[in-house]
Design a protein around this ligand. Structure first.
Ligand SMILES: Cc1cc2nc3c(=O)[nH]c(=O)nc-3n(C[C@H](O)[C@H](O)[C@H](O)COP(=O)(O)OP(=O)(O)OC[C@H]3O[C@@H](n4cnc5c(N)ncnc54)[C@H](O)[C@@H]3O)c2cc1C
Length: 577
């Protein structure tokens, strides 16, 4: 089979906050290194970092502290985070926000005295979310993109879809990555000394979801097939306020940011009752998992709008004030026929973020020598629930760390390693699978996947539902493998990529359901109606999924409380928590 070959020293998969920061840091650490960013979309235009609305959590404000940010992250994550990773996240976020402003050129909103403005975000004990209006991601990703463009030494492989992580011939490390050049349909193998996986997770297998359309959990599907351990795979975050513009439009699910609830927005059911008081004393400022569950319960009880959603109401905060604070959001709602500033907007919970991912160390290294992971493809920082504002902090903090680490790793472990050629051949054949077939209904299968995950592996779960979900996934996968493509060739064949997207989604969906079946308690984003209690915090465990010989095993491992134990706090004044 025809295969083009390229060689680089550092290969970065993905051009979100993690990928771009990694490229800039690796280049700064050793400008002589050949660095390539390969991404499924166009740099600056793809991925979720660009879509960040609310902002970036960082403890830079008077009265706040890294200890407080850390405790919010651990308690929000229901004591499941890896504490060393969480500590790195909160401490390095300070360095990174200064770097973003002073070196990258971002400009965030400020108070009249010139200090950074901090927004209120749910589940946090301090207003620490730094932002640029409600379009923070565009500011961050545009400035990062300009910095990458300004460094011709960083090679850009755009519209390149990674399909497999290729091991070295001796199987001991990573040798490179196999791609499809989406524009030509050609296969390209990029050999590299170090590879960063930063393809950004993205739970787009649910009926309502927020992530960008280029994300289909490819990074985690590739890691799974490579036999790498994946942690916390049952932890899918649902954001409470996805726009509900009707059941048949892709606009439904688009996120309306957390700051709306943070500043005092109310949620109402179809009978115009403010219902959060029936579920949690923190009302709309409870964490995302709690609010999403309350909304799901109202919907399931039939207390919905005529269309089947619920409402968010902002008008009581003053229409002018809302327009000023949430300009982008008001405009987007108006585009869909809703008056956010003065009226009611229909909302539903929507799959937003994936806490699970590849097991990694603080320096972003993984079990595979030469393979590093950062951003939403990595796991352990958030445990059972990611705080709003900790997502983009996570991708930029650990992307930068990966960029610092890889050049050093290459110095100690120099040289390209010959790839396992039989693995490349097998992966090309796997990607071409649908071309040898006719018929099938790809779109229908996708709809069935969205429903199966929403109904059985979603906001609320139980054993019988998870079993039904797994059975549905088996059927969908069997039909997908029998589904072919029209003979349109490989050049910019987006139906081919839809097929490949669906395969990644089905494979990772199965692991979500399997891990959810193993966790027989309820923590954060994972809620089992048949096991509603959180279990003993002091003996918390996390799940680790691993695929071997085509079979996925799920193990449970104890959480190591390396910094603080349940019942303790790092804050001197416990009342301040
Ligand atoms: C609508 C929305 C709003 C959000 N708001 C906030 C917020 O206010 N605060 C916050 O902290 N977090 C927020 N988040 C979460 C945040 O965006 C993510 O956590 C973070 O940006 C992820 O960064 P990343 O670099 O890991 O991935 P991304 O930025 O998603 O980048 C992933 C990259 O990988 C590429 N890719 C994917 N598959 C492949 C493949 N097969 N081959 C090659 N490349 C591939 C993509 O094209 C993309 O370039 C929001 C998310 C969404 C969807």
């Amino acid at each position: 089979m025809a295969l083009e070959r390229l060689r680089t020293d550092v290969l970065i998969l993905g051009s979100g906050g993690a990928g771009l920061l990694a490229a800039l840091h690796a280049h700064a650490a050793d400008p002589a290194l050949a660095i390539a960013i390969a991404t499924k979309g166009l740099i600056g235009k793809c991925g979720c970092t660009r879509m960040v609305q609310g902002g970036y959590n960082v403890a830079v404000h008077k009265g706040d502290s890294v200890e407080r940010h850390f405790m919010d992250t651990i308690e929000g994550g229901k004591w499941l985070p890896d504490q060393d990773l969480a500590w790195t996240l909160v401490t390095k976020a300070i360095e990174r926000i200064h770097e973003l402003e002073n070196e990258i050129g971002c400009f965030f909103d400020r108070n009249p005295d010139g200090t950074l403005h901090g927004k209120a975000f749910a589940g946090q004990t301090f207003d620490r979310t730094v932002h640029k209006g409600d379009l923070t991601g565009i500011e961050i990703i545009s400035r990062l993109m300009e910095q990458v463009w300004a460094r011709p030494g960083i090679r850009r492989l755009e519209e390149h879809r990674a399909v497999a992580l290729i091991p070295s011939k001796d199987g001991g490390s990573i040798a490179g990555v196999l791609f499809i050049d989406i524009r030509t349909g050609a296969f390209r193998f990029v050999e590299a000394q170090a590879v960063l996986l930063a393809a950004g997770g993205g739970p787009t297998m649910y009926r309502y979801h927020t992530p960008s359309g280029d994300k289909s959990m490819d990074g985690l599907a590739m890691a799974l097939r490579a036999g790498l351990p994946l942690r916390d795979m049952e932890m899918v975050q649902f954001h409470p306020t996805g726009l509900f513009a009707g059941a048949d439009t892709r606009m439904t699910g688009t996120v309306l940011e957390e700051g709306l609830r943070g500043v005092g927005g109310y949620l109402l059911n179809g009978a115009m009752q403010r219902f959060m008081g029936n579920y949690d004393p923190h009302l709309e400022r409870a964490t995302r998992d709690v609010v999403s569950r309350a909304m799901y319960a109202e919907m399931r009880a039939g207390r919905t709008t005529p269309q089947g959603g619920l409402y968010i109401k902002m008008g009581h905060l003053g229409a002018e004030n809302v327009r000023k604070q949430f300009k982008g959001m008001v405009e987007r709602c108006a585009d869909c026929g809703f008056d956010l500033a003065g009226g009611l907007v229909e909302v539903v919970p929507t799959a937003h973020y994936f806490m699970g991912g590849v097991v990694c160390k603080v320096d972003t290294s993984t079990e595979w020598p030469g393979l590093f992971v950062a951003g939403e493809d990595a796991s352990g920082m958030h445990g059972a629930n990611r705080l709003g504002g900790n997502g983009v902090a996570n991708s930029t903090v650990f992307g930068g760390i990966a960029g610092d680490t890889m050049p050093g790793w290459i110095k100690v472990n120099p040289g390209h390693r010959p790839p396992d050629e039989s693995a490349i051949e097998a992966e090309m054949a796997r990607a071409l699978h649908p071309f040898a077939r006719n018929g099938g209904d790809l779109n229908g299968l996708r709809e069935r996947l969205l429903d199966a995950m929403w109904d059985h592996v979603g906001v609320m779960r139980d054993r019988a539902g998870l079993d039904r979900g797994l059975a549905a996934l088996d059927e969908i996968e069997a039909e997908l493998l029998a589904t072919g493509l029209p003979d349109d060739g490989r050049i910019f064949n987006l139906t081919w990529h839809d097929w490949l997207n669906l395969r990644s989604l089905v494979e990772t969906s199965r692991v979500i359901a399997l891990a959810a079946r193993v966790r027989e308690n309820s923590r954060g984003a994972h809620f089992r109606e048949d096991f509603p209690e959180p279990g003993d915090l002091a003996s918390s465990t996390f799940t680790v999924a691993r695929q071997q010989g085509g079979k996925t095993e799920i193990a449970s491992e104890p959480v190591r409380f390396t910094i603080v134990r349940p019942g303790e706090t790092l804050l001197k004044d416990r009342a301040a928590v």
